[in-house]
Design a protein around this ligand. Structure first.
Ligand code: HEC
Length: 116
């Protein structure tokens, strides 16, 4: 019952905590096909009111000048950059570090990568 891979999860938290996100990138890449139902629910309840369930932007979001989350402009940013914006906010984008923990923010970034 040895679970050596657990170490990476801990490392991931620490790395994301430091804003580097290197291990996070690897871990996200390796975790096949599980942009989990949770991260979808999280996105729908916390983000979709501005970004739309498909990430293109809701009516309200458009009035706040949201960016299309499926665009190259957003998708070309690294996980660490997106995690930073979601944590700290940007212009009309509210900060989420007070209401979502690092795991949740990492998961929601993973979900953003699945939006088309
Ligand atoms: C109150 C409306 C609102 C909510 C809720 C909201 N956003 Fe945003 N978001 C914005 C706006 C407005 C921008 C555009 C900011 C800018 O670049 O001026 C934005 C930008 C972004 C960007 C792109 C940042 C960049 O640097 O290009 C990402 C990624 C993002 N939001 C993710 C999320 C996620 C994930 C959630 C839910 C946890 C969320 N947003 C919730 C309004 C919102």
């Amino acid at each position: 019952m040895r679970k050596e891979f657990r170490g990476c999860t801990r490392l991931l938290l620490v790395t994301v905590g430091l804003g580097l996100g290197l291990c996070a990138n690897t871990a996200i890449g390796q975790d096949h096909g599980s942009a989990s139902a949770d991260s979808k629910a999280l996105f729908n309840s916390r983000c979709a009111m501005c970004h739309g369930a498909d990430g293109h932007g809701s009516e309200m979001g458009k009035s706040l000048k949201v960016v299309d989350l499926t665009s190259k402009e957003v998708q070309s940013q690294s996980d660490a950059e997106l995690i930073h914006v979601i944590s700290e906010g940007k212009n009309n984008m509210p900060p989420f570090k007070g209401s979502l923990n690092k795991d949740e923010i990492t998961n929601v970034v993973r979900y953003l990568r699945t939006l088309k």
